[in-house]
Design a protein around this ligand. Structure first.
Ligand code: G3I
Length: 315
């Protein structure tokens, strides 16, 4: 079981306390921003590799698995990618980007978020530049290009709002089955899991199971549990319970191969800037002190290990 965290490149470079905690607590890492197209290829054909290279080198020094986020995402497209291009130009640039990035890290990245957030809230395909210009085939193309560049990497489709049995989750399950029926190498589904402290997902375990039942791996890819500020001890206990529930679901479903939090310290979380009035979403506070949620995960891992240890005597 990979227990990982998204990593902020700047903190990794500048904050020794951050990087030593990252190295000590997790056996897997995800690039929070360093591998997004806009950050990796700021100019056509000009790659800014150091941010991604730094994280991969850190991970390899600490025996951590690297999860690559993300190859195709409508949100962080470089400014030089023009919506006025003919379709074939966009397809060529996208193919070259996926091929260049996955080839560079061949054998060093165990899994990729090949496409991110391709569904809209109602389960329809999101009206992105890629869908408008290339049609739905851009999804299959991206998976095939990534597989050709690194046949050993596990290829994921990643999204949010699919943790419970939502309409969007139903639509994603249907899309994954269709893609795999067409022979598209979709190996896994990433459940981002950006959760509010008082709205835990309904039946996450059952939902993970129905994806596993169609033959894919599942992963918790971006877990954070935002709390309505100000925090109180009770809210932090509720938060801890949600973290523990998500980890228990992942441990219960054998196909759940990775459990990753979206940053581990409240000092470096995207939440306050995107969810007004919310914060304190991570396992450690702004001073890198562990919160109840951290202990809850330790306890859950211990329970699970104990269950494993108990099983030889019980069967
Ligand atoms: O590093 C620059 C800094 O130099 C500059 O001064 C500052 C102001 O412009 O921007 C900084 O870059 C920001 C970057 O985060 C690092 O903090 C970008 O503007 C900002 O857009 C970027 O936001 C990230 C966001 O994705 C968009 O890429 C968040 O950190 C990141 O946590 C968030 O993560 C996403 C996943 O990729 C996909 N799933 C949802 C998740 C949350 O939105």
């Amino acid at each position: 079981m990979r227990i990982g965290s998204a990593v902020d490149g700047r903190s990794l470079s500048l904050d020794p306390a951050y990087s030593s905690l990252l190295g000590a607590e997790f056996n897997a890492v995800t690039t929070e921003n360093a591998m997004k197209w806009r950050n990796l290829e700021p100019l056509p054909g000009v790659y800014a590799w150091p941010g991604a290279d730094q994280l991969i080198e850190f991970a390899e020094r600490h025996g951590q698995a690297v999860y690559g986020h993300t190859l195709v995402w409508h949100s962080d497209v470089p400014t030089w990618v023009s919506p006025d291009w003919p379709a074939e130009r966009l397809r060529t640039e996208l193919r070259d980007h996926v091929t260049e990035v996955v080839s560079r890290y061949r054998g060093r990245v165990w899994a990729w978020d090949v496409v991110n957030e391709v569904l809209d809230e109602d389960g329809s395909l999101r009206e992105t530049l890629f869908l408008r210009k290339l049609g739905r085939r851009y999804i299959a193309d991206a998976f095939r290009w990534a597989h050709a560049a690194d046949p050993g990497a596990r290829l994921f489709i990643n999204d949010y709002g699919i943790e419970g049995r939502t309409r969007k989750a139903d639509a994603l399950l249907k899309l994954v089955k269709e893609l795999r029926r067409e022979g598209v190498p979709v190996d896994g589904v990433g459940f981002q899991s950006h959760i509010a402290w008082d709205q835990p997902p309904r039946d996450l375990t059952g939902n993970l199971r129905r994806f596993a039942d169609v033959g894919v791996s599942v992963a918790i890819t971006e877990l954070d549990v935002r709390v309505e500020l100000p925090t109180t001890p009770e809210k932090l206990e509720r938060q801890a319970a949600v973290y523990r529930q998500v980890l228990r679901s992942c441990l219960t479903v054998p196909a759940c191969v990775s459990f990753t939090v979206w940053g581990f310290t409240d000092a470096r979380s995207w939440i306050p800037g995107y969810h007004r009035g919310y914060g304190a979403a991570c396992l450690f506070d702004g001073n890198l002190a562990p919160k109840p949620a951290h202990q809850a995960l330790i306890d859950e891992l211990g329970r699970h290990a104990g269950t494993d240890r108990a099983s030889p005597t019980t069967n």
